[in-house]
Design a protein around this ligand. Structure first.
Ligand code: ADP
Length: 396
């Protein structure tokens, strides 16, 4: 069967998977970590085993070379790569769907680096290296922002002088689009009326956002020009009074950029709990009676509910509310706290279904009296990247 290598390049990491488009588990997955340092290594997960090895070259090229070597060393598996799918964080206003990568597309991704200075240059590097080593295969870019390009101007514009939008394209872009598109397709396969229905999706992971989907299209989302806007997250503050940036910078004697780093890397669950950015660790601490953990979880739930209610103002009704992402899929505690705060929408959880829904499966957890169907749907962004890659190759 034809397979796709799915690549997700960060500034110091490269995640990868080899999979077909069927939804079956990846044949191989792994991560190259600490790129740029001499301690860089790569982990291959295959057939229930995990093998870690150091990289010979400590950069994206070294990572892609190691993956190619692994494939060459496993000829017995008969891996038939037909293309490479690259996850790209920012597609700006240029990309509203997945595309085959050529020179112009690569330039377009590079041009969006101003909005994602850590991610897009890493994507360009990863694509260049993958093209050099797998040059005869087609490469496809799948954008986190693309699904939200259907938002109307009154939602995506910031209320700032319009000159700033016209000259610099400063606006809300939104992220997690691949996840929202995957969830929407799943819901459509489960509900024949989905095409005319209204849905709220909460993607709650280390990064977290919400999206309102009307008739299959994104009409509003909580993240902005960068992923900092919106919900409280693992280490990101989410939305707050922008004046705080200059207060922090003045009070701490640091630059605006350093103050922004505090909002991106030291805030959120980590900043409030003073324990961890990891929800599991915080839930354990809360269960042991830690007040800071309780406060952090309550704040997380409160912000998530507020943003869900906010994007819902674009919908006439809420037919479905979906939880996804590491927290959305696995934390009954937070799902309960969030739904509790959305009672005014008529949302009602079934406590038993919420507690017992099996990990990794689609579950409906609403009570009979709930106005909206409440779902837990595991997301699978890699699968959608593989499917987009296969379908674009097919078309051309
Ligand atoms: P990322 O944004 O990095 O993709 P994930 O979607 O993998 O993040 O989600 C990571 C988050 O999910 C972490 O905060 C982790 O603690 C949380 N999580 C995973 N499993 C559980 C669980 N069983 N209970 C509560 N939180 C969980």
């Amino acid at each position: 069967m034809s397979q796709v290598l799915v690549v997700n390049c960060g500034s110091s990491s490269l995640k990868f998977a080899i999979m077909d488009g069927s939804g079956a588990a990846p044949l191989l997955e792994g991560i190259a970590d600490r790129l740029g340092s001499e301690h860089s290594n790569i982990t291959f997960k295959f057939n229930g085993q995990k093998v870690e090895q150091p990289l010979h070259e400590h950069d994206h090229k070294g990572a892609v070379t190691a993956i190619k070597q692994w494939i060459d060393d496993h000829k017995d598996l008969n891996i038939q790569l037909v293309g490479i799918g690259h996850r790209v964080v920012h597609g700006g206003e240029t990309f509203s769907q997945s595309v085959l990568i050529d020179e112009a597309v690569l330039q377009g991704i590079d041009d969006c680096s101003k909005f994602a200075p850590l991610h897009n240059p890493a994507h360009v590097k990863g694509i260049n290296e993958a093209q050099a080593l797998f040059g005869d295969l087609p490469h496809v870019a799948v954008f986190d922002t693309a699904f939200h390009q259907t938002m109307e101007a009154d939602q995506y514009l910031y209320p700032i002088p319009m000159r700033l939008y016209r000259e610099h394209h400063f606006r809300k872009y939104g992220f997690h689009g691949t996840s929202y598109r995957y969830i929407s397709a799943k819901l459509a396969s489960l509900n024949e009326n989905f095409g005319s229905q209204n849905t709220l999706i909460a993607h709650l992971g280390n990064g977290a956002s919400v999206c309102a989907v009307r008739a299959g299209k994104s009409v509003d989302t909580s993240m902005g020009i960068t992923p900092l806007e919106g919900l409280m997250m693992g280490t990101r503050s989410g939305s707050l009074d922008p004046s705080l940036l200059s207060f922090i910078s003045d009070a701490e004697g640091i630059s605006m950029k350093q103050a922004l780093d505090i909002l991106n890397k030291e805030s959120g669950l980590k900043g409030v709990s003073e324990i961890s950015n990891d929800c599991r660790t915080i839930e354990t601490a809360q269960a042991a009676g830690d007040d800071r953990a309780e406060l952090a979880l309550n704040m997380f739930a409160s912000k998530a509910a507020k943003h869900l209610a906010s994007v819902a103002t674009n919908l006439n009704s809420v037919d479905h509310l979906v939880f996804t992402g590491g927290i959305g899929e696995n934390s009954p505690v937070l799902r309960d706290k969030i739904c509790e705060r959305l009672k005014m929408m008529g949302v009602r959880l079934d406590q038993n279904l919420n507690q017992t829904c099996p990990r990794g499966e689609i579950s409906q957890i609403s009570s009979d009296t709930s106005s909206a169907n409440i779902w837990v749907i595991p997301t699978n962004e890699e699968l959608l990247i593989a499917q987009d890659t296969l379908s674009l190759i097919d078309k051309h």
